[in-house]
Write a protein that binds this ligand. Sequence first.
Ligand code: AMP
Length: 951
Amino acid sequence: MDCKSRALFISTLFFSFIHPALLSTHPSNEVNLLDSKASQGELGWMSYPSHGWEEISGVDEHYTPIRTFQVCNVMEYSQNNWLRTNWIQRQSAQKIYVELKFTLRDCNSIPLVLGTCKETFNLLYLETDEDQGSRFREHQFTKIDTIAADESFTQMDLGDRILKLNTEVREVGPVTRKGFYLAFQDVGACVALVSVRVYFKKCPFTVRNLASFPDTVPMDSQSLVEVKGSCVNHSKEEESPRMYCSTEGEWLVPIGKCLCNPGYEERGSSCQGVRWGGGGGVGQPPATPCSRPPSAPRNVISVINETSVILDWSWPEDTGGRRDLTFTVLCKRCRVAQRPCEPCRSNVRFLPRAAGLHNTTVAVADLLAHTNYTFEIEAQNGVSSQAPKMRQYAAVTITTNQAAPSPVTVIRKDRTSRNSISLSWLEPERPNGIILDYEVKYYEKQEQETSYTILRSKGCNVTLNGLKADTSYLLQIRARTAAGYGASSRSFEFETSPDSFSISSESSQVVLIAISSAVAIILLTVLLYVLIGRFCCHSKSKHPDEKRLHFGNGHLRLPGIRTYVDPHTYEDPSQAVHEFAKELDASCIAIDKVVGAGEFGEVCSGRLKLPSKKEICVAIKTLKAGYTDKQRRDFLAEASIMGQFDHPNIIRLEGVVTRSKPVMIVTEYMENGSLDSFLRKHDAQFTGIQLVGMLRGIASGMKYLSDMGYVHRDLAARNILVNSNLVCKVSDFGLSRVLEDDPEAAYTTRGGKIPIRWTAPEAIAYRKFTSASDAWSYGIVLWEVMSYGERPYWEMSNQDVIKAVDEGYRLPPPMDCPAALYQLMLDCWQKERNNRPKFEQIVSILDKLIRNPGSLKITANTTSRPVNLLLDRSSIEVTSLDTMGDWLDSMRTLPCKEAFSGVSYSSCDTLAKTSAEDLKKVGVTIVGPQKKIVSSIKALETHTKNGPVPV
Ligand code: AMP
């Protein structure tokens, strides 16, 4: 460090006391492997080179000495300063957490350092089986993350001697060797590392349901560790006690329990000798003086879902002085005019059962639609049967809703000609409401659904016109009620008449009528083709209640829209930049703080004030010092591309700075950052319409890009930015480089980096990137949005994802996902790329949903629909699996699989009725696994209802 920067450093970084936040205590489920604050002597960490990191003493507010490390070589280029901890023993940790507290100097506040000063440093680690002493090799370390400050501090903060501390925590795992080192690589920042704490999490010793559970170290992966409890003294197992230790070090899903032995009663978490005659333990004789039947259950809640209901209640206020409580639910069907109510039909299902319930919840299925039911819930104990007059129950009355219609099963061919087929069908056996219309989908058998046509008909008949002569067609029909679409019928096959012209009628009169109809049909067909040709996709048939929609046509470039120019086609790329981007004067830009780190340098927020214009907030991407010519070209290529676009849902380029250093790209500022982290931060906080509004914006931006002929290739929620009005804009433009610096991108066997989970199969297999492959990625973004930033395919490996998608599996609907949006996802994930909707169609579908918000109420699990789900392999019949465990095993990827292995769910059906609330009740409180369990359960529910249908 030269004298100037050292002086600057000392004046701004050295401090005499630390903010009290430093002294915070740590949760009891964290076990420290290293805590730099605990050491009052020299830590003796290795610093390389010697003029880099320095160990310095400080004191906390109690004037207790602490050790810190600092570096501030901000005036010099090419800094590479390493600080390595001593060897840290792993103990029993599987995943470790690194908590860093540090202060970082804001480069803007240091004069004359633009270009050399950095505001980030790197955190790395190296696993070894033994202490390597002073042996140190940079390349052996693996990067954990780039660390940036949330709060840079300025001179002003020093006025009151309080520094703003940044706290960052990173996870590393699985760790498997005997120990490890951490390293901090500085590349030219002014940073003080105030404390480093390394810890792992454990589920601490606890007693639950009179069973004790030992200290348990969680697994690194998302799966839970099952732990068997031991009954406390003077108690015995009633049902084998178990709990699950989560990766977060929390105990989840207590199952089973111990009960105090006779003569002992439960006090706190132990069993103690009974002090008075009665009450107390289970197994007491019914006549024990203090025993009586319990009072009625309280707070009964019903949640109706079509024709099933989940009932939930609280324990009675008075348990009758006993602990052997169970619940019984009685179902009665009540018609207004007919009293008293009659018992429910025997086919009504109770899950898990109607009597002897230990839990305070039950699901009742297979009720009739639009019917009033009363449920009487009684708490019972060992003396209930002896005192029938004292028995009390709680009652709740509900009215069931509509269910989606059952499939059409009978379809008849009425007439056939060379170019048309007339069909009629019978209403579904169970319409479950008024049928609004039918959707008829048909396609040429040979085309194998690569191109299909959809008609809607209000009645039970339809004529398919404009068909090819002597050709087989396949057709499916599904009915729609206010509850949504029912399941599709099976495929029916029909053939048109051969060219030699024949018709099905025997009478010559009918022949004549048929000829004139055929002529009329041909004329009409010609007219239709003209209309289709003019309007591309939409046309009206002769019946006003029939609408026709074609999928699978080629891309249509609209006249009058500019096309995108690849900047790499310019001989001199800097010419491209200046053609598409405005050169800004660096003096018009003020940098405020670092908001992110990109491959080429830091991303900052700041302000741009152009002469005679209002000051605006901007994001500034900088090109780090020491760049190569190629890096500069690639960096500026993004600006050359962005500068060609002008759309409210595409990130807007304000300009570039290329004539002074550092080189910068200045864009509009998006206050809420990238969409994936924004959604994760606001889990479950938006209305359906808000989410669809965001999705509509993304689709509109993508429509613009595809009209321009630009293929994005890396469309993902992380590459969408959100502003303060929730407007989403597509960002991250570039050519090969976009994929090079996307951490999600992986190398494929054919070379090249591809973000596998977001990419269409043909793009992975043979790099066929088109707007149709962007549509696939859009489907994944749709899934990310509806699941509030969940990782697509969770922790499945890239190879497993490729294989599963290729075999026809698709992601299941996110929790509470509207059916229409899930259908749109499935359409985007059509294997045949020409069948995927165009962005124009996606925008129009979303517009319709926004105009008709009621349609969002039908969720994917309540509407019958083609089952087309990942984790729902068509080759596995759920019913053919011997146990729940087999089924869970077949899902392979469910992180909480083990959470169910001990639950007393006895069948798929029981599990299928489990809601998020139910899971909360049994203690699954982590959002990720919870959503995933529910999605998977919903997948199962649909599977068992409809049977598997491969894509
Ligand atoms: P990028 O290099 O474009 O992936 O940007 C890295 C990170 O910087 C992003 O994930 C955002 O958090 C942030 N960022 C980039 N551009 C902007 C912007 N225009 N407004 C706000 N934050 C941005």
